[in-house]
Design a protein around this ligand. Sequence first.
Ligand SMILES: NC(=O)c1ccc[n+]([C@@H]2O[C@H](COP(=O)([O-])OP(=O)(O)OC[C@H]3O[C@@H](n4cnc5c(N)ncnc54)[C@H](OP(=O)(O)O)[C@@H]3O)[C@@H](O)[C@H]2O)c1
Length: 243
Amino acid sequence: MDKGNQVINRPILITGAGQRIGLALAQHFLAKSQPVIVSYRTRHPAVDKLEQAGATCLYADFSTNEGILEFAERVKSLTPALRAIIHNASEWKPETRDTALCDTLQAMMQIHVATPYLLNHELESLLRGHGQAGSDIIHLTDYVAERGSDKHIAYAASKAALENMTLSFALKLAPEVKVNAIAPALIMFNTDDDADYRQRSLNKSLMKIAPGEQEIVRLVEYLLASRYVTGRSHAVDGGRHLR
Ligand SMILES: NC(=O)c1ccc[n+]([C@@H]2O[C@H](COP(=O)([O-])OP(=O)(O)OC[C@H]3O[C@@H](n4cnc5c(N)ncnc54)[C@H](OP(=O)(O)O)[C@@H]3O)[C@@H](O)[C@H]2O)c1
């Protein structure tokens, strides 16, 4: 992008990049000298390392609309343009006896629907104006958006809504901005997952592995490089739909 005589390498915005998949994406881009802006809620030690590597790290709590809108304003004050937004921030909340159902539903719709919905609108002008397929939005959804989940009903419904918004934003922003979803099944375990849970989870797919974050990084790279792929959900699920 040209701004006067200055050439600006537009940053990629990644939400919830203090750990796991978001962190791997941020590290990947930084290693390629691609600027990134990341949001974090908990200041994990990795956030300091991202900052040292050149990332702009912004605290954000998306649990209120004010928090989302304040974050959008901060981003706008830092850069006139973005190369991409990767909506990665997520919470995997089950229905439990300890939490009121309406609170679980509200939290899931807030992080997986309100956050990308408001940020895509608020930051639209930073993505536009860079030519055909010049920018991207990527929504991290979940395999359960197509399958449902008896223990994570609100989570699955909110990810299904995010899949649907992929279609609407692709229509709205074409041909300047491509909008895609990535729908992973098991990518990586949590540290406290026990051996029994791990084995049952592995058995759910045809490929029987937890492939790790780089599987997502490679697909994101493919989507960013494409000039044609938009409005689609890309499954990364080891063939789980065939079991
Ligand atoms: N990992 C998998 O195997 C898998 C499988 C299917 C789908 N996915 C999807 O892939 C994406 C990345 O997965 P992941 O496991 O790496 O994600 P994750 O670690 O569960 O979450 C990423 C980050 O989102 C942040 N976040 C959650 N709620 C927030 C809020 N209200 N405001 C601000 N930040 C908030 C969390 O901040 P804190 O650190 O403060 O909690 C966390 O660091 C997610 O969208 C997930 O649904 C992952």
